[in-house]
Ligand binder design. Structure first.
Ligand SMILES: [Zn+2]
Length: 305
C-alpha cells in the first residue's frame, strides 16, 4: 500500500510489526546531484562519497539530536580525507581529498580497501545541547563502508545492525536494519521467535544487492523483503543538500590564522580568497576587509551568504 510519497530525497523509517526490529531507508537524487555540482571526483571516489552521504543520513535517522553529525574517514589509502555531514533535519554535505587515481585496465577501479586504507572512521555529533554531543571511533575494517558502519553500531550501541549502501552518479541509496533490545520494546517477545525473525531480516539484507536498492521503490522492496503484513513503513523526512559555510565562519578562520599571516598573503596576492572545500564557493577578502577582521569592525554588506 503506497502512501503516495516519492522516495527520492527522503529517509523513511520502518518497523517490523511483530518484532523489535526497525530500520531506515534513504534515497537521494536531487540532493546528491546538488552536493556534487562543483566537485569532480573520479568514479570510485564519487561512489565512496555517495555511500558516506547515505551512511550519515542513516546514522542521523537512528539518533535523537539537535545539531550536526559528521562522519570522517581518516585512512592511509588513496582517499586522504572524506567528510560527510548530516544535520538533525537531514541537510547533507560532503567532500573528499584524494591522491591521483589512474585506473589500470587490469585492475579497474580501486575498491574500498585501496581507497580507504588502514585507518579509522570517526563519527561525531555536535549537538546544541552539549550533553548529547558524542564521538565514536571504529577502525576501517571489512570490504565496504557498510561493513564499517555495522561494526560501529555493534561497538557504540551494542545493536546488531545490517547496512547496505549504494551510489551511482545519479542516485544514493541505503538501508539499515537493527535489532532493538527486547526490553522497552514489544513486551511479549519470544526469544526464539525474535532470533528467527532477525535471521530472516539478516538474510534479506544479505541478499539485497546494492544495485537493486538503486532502482527500486523503498516500500515495494520492504514488502518483498519482509511481507506486507509484517512491515510498516512511515512517510519519512525530506533530505536536502545545504552547505553551512558563511562569510562569518571564513572570517573566524582567518582571525585564527593571525594578523601577520593574513597581511603577508595580502602583500603577496592583493587579497585573500578562501574557497569552501564542501561547495567550492570562493570568499574573497580585500585589504580593507582583512583589516576590519582584526579591528573588530563589523563586516560590511558584502556578505556572500
Ligand atoms: Zn560551502
Amino acid at each position: 500500500m503506497s502512501l503516495g510519497v516519492s522516495d527520492s530525497d527522503r529517509v523513511r523509517r520502518f518497523v517490523l510489526e511483530k518484532h523489535p526490529i526497525r530500520g531506515h531507508a534513504v534515497r537521494l537524487a536531487r540532493s546528491w546531484l546538488e552536493l556534487r555540482e562543483h566537485q569532480d571526483y573520479p568514479p570510485a571516489v564519487q561512489k565512496l562519497v555517495g555511500e558516506a552521504v547515505g551512511a550519515v543520513v542513516l546514522l542521523a535517522a537512528t539518533l535523537k539530536f539537535d545539531g550536526t553529525l559528521t562522519l570522517q574517514l581518516q585512512g592511509k589509502g588513496l582517499v586522504n580525507l572524506l567528510v560527510a555531514q548530516c544535520t538533525h533535519d537531514f541537510k547533507v554535505r560532503a567532500m573528499a581529498r584524494h591522491e591521483a587515481i589512474t585506473p589500470t585496465d587490469a585492475e579497474g577501479e580501486p575498491g574500498f580497501r585501496a581507497l580507504a586504507g588502514e585507518g579509522q572512521i570517526v563519527v561525531t555529533v555536535e549537538a546544541t545541547d552539549r550533553a548529547s554531543s558524542y564521538q565514536g571511533v571504529v577502525p576501517i575494517t571489512g570490504h565496504s563502508l557498510a561493513e564499517c558502519l555495522e561494526a560501529y553500531f555493534v561497538q557504540s550501541e551494542q545493536l546488531p545492525t545490517r547496512v547496505v549502501l549504494a551510489a551511482t552518479s545519479g542516485l544514493v541509496s541505503g538501508m539499515l536494519v537493527q535489532r532493538m533490545p527486547g526490553e522497552g520494546g514489544k513486551q511479549d517477545v519470544d526469544p526464539a521467535e525474535l532470533e528467527s525473525a532477525w535471521m530472516k531480516a539478516d538474510h534479506a539484507m544479505a541478499g539485497l544487492h546494492a544495485i537493486e536498492l538503486l532502482d527500486d521503490d523503498i516500500e515495494q522492496r520492504l514488502v518483498r523483503m519482509f511481507g506486507a503484513d509484517e512491515v510498516r513503513v512511515f512517510g519519512g523526512k525530506e533530505t536536502k543538500y545545504e552547505c553551512r559555510c558563511t562569510r562569518d565562519r571564513v572570517a573566524n578562520v582567518l582571525r585564527s590564522l593571525g594578523v601577520e599571516e593574513v597581511r603577508s598573503v595580502i602583500a603577496e596576492q592583493g587579497a585573500v580568497t578562501v574557497t569552501c572545500e564542501f561547495c567550492q564557493k570562493p570568499y574573497r577578502f580585500d585589504p580593507i576587509d582583512t583589516e576590519q577582521l582584526f579591528t573588530g569592525s563589523p563586516l560590511g554588506s558584502s556578505s556572500i551568504n
